[in-house]
Design a protein around this ligand. Structure first.
Ligand SMILES: [Zn+2]
Length: 129
């Protein structure tokens, strides 16, 4: 199981610009609310992503849109030269900066995660440079 559906698969053709996923997020939340999308499906989470979020990822001042129980945590996945096909999981700005200084093009995918119910969604994708 990929840690998030759609991640990186379309990346190559979309170019380096920043992409914001707020619209898709809102649409998905509305679909869940209306029962068009199964909540459990939306909260399906890769165990590794959940583990990272629980143990190390910084939380932001925003409650989970589904369970309203936990503050969301931010995990970034960076793709680029020598980071492997699955990308590299990064949770600190410092580490992001270090990667940005390397040679080559790197793209960061910011994912929000609720460590209580498992809600996870892409927030944005942006080039590191
Ligand atoms: Zn939640």
């Amino acid at each position: 199981m990929q840690f998030h559906p759609g991640l990186a698969s379309k990346d190559e053709v979309q170019g380096p610009a920043e992409i914001d996923y707020r619209l898709q997020r809102r649409r998905l939340l509305r679909d869940i609310e209306h029962g068009n999308v199964d909540r459990e499906e939306a909260c399906e989470i890769h165990p590794e992503l959940l583990r990272v979020a629980r143990n190390a990822a910084p939380s932001i001042n925003e409650l989970c849109p589904l369970c309203h129980d936990e503050e969301l945590r931010i995990v970034a996945y960076v793709f680029g030269p020598r980071l492997g096909p699955g990308g590299k999981c990064v949770i600190s700005d410092e580490e992001l900066q270090k990667i940005a200084q390397r040679k080559g093009r790197f793209t960061s995918y910011e994912v929000e995660v609720c460590s209580a119910c498992g809600w996870n969604h892409l927030r944005r994708r942006y080039p590191l440079d």
